[in-house]
Design a protein around this ligand. Structure first.
Ligand code: PNS
Length: 159
């Protein structure tokens, strides 16, 4: 039986850290759906269409599907037939929110297990918000994101 995981997030934009977690997930599941949340509470820099397009260009593995979702993550996961939700844990500061979310998702959908993955050591400090901030002020993000994302950031910030 093929095992499917959902890797949800805002991906505003996708970073090398996200790419690393997708690769790591494929070591123990057969397919991954990268699920881009449309209605994120924070005002995103990239539209959901742009975020989807950047992920599709940055991730070429045929075992990875990229989709957007609206509403509850567990509803989307159930409808897709996923049994695993992937989330990254970078630092202790991530833990409280992630723990709450995992327990809430388990309450809503007991058959779906959240699996936390730790990114590569040199990517643990990385986040989309830091990437946006560095790019906004003209800093070099070439080692932090795929070249298409770097281009996208240049277009947004005009530098
Ligand atoms: O990359 P992010 O912003 O940390 O991702 C958070 C996300 C999108 C995974 C989370 O906010 C989410 O699952 N939103 C969908 C709505 C939902 O199911 N909320 C209840 C989670 S307990």
């Amino acid at each position: 039986m093929s095992r499917l995981a959902i890797y949800p997030g805002s991906f505003d934009p996708i970073t090398r850290g996200h790419e690393d977690l997708i690769r790591r997930s494929l070591a123990f599941v057969d397919r991954v759906i990268v699920a881009v949340a449309v209605n994120v509470t924070k005002q995103p820099l990239f539209t959901s269409e742009e975020r989807l397009a950047l992920i599709r260009e940055a991730v070429s593995d045929t075992r990875v599907d990229v989709r957007s979702f609206d509403g509850l993550l567990v509803d989307f996961a159930r409808a897709a037939g996923a049994t695993v939700i992937i989330r990254g844990l970078r630092a202790v500061s991530d833990f409280e929110y992630e723990f709450q979310m995992a327990l809430m998702n388990r309450t809503l959908a007991p058959g779906i297990e959240t699996v936390f993955l730790v990114p590569a050591f040199d990517l643990t400090y990385l986040s989309s918000s830091l990437v946006r901030e560095v790019a906004r002020f003209g800093g070099d993000v070439s080692s932090l994101v795929h070249p298409v994302v770097q281009q996208g950031l240049k277009r947004k910030y005009g530098r």
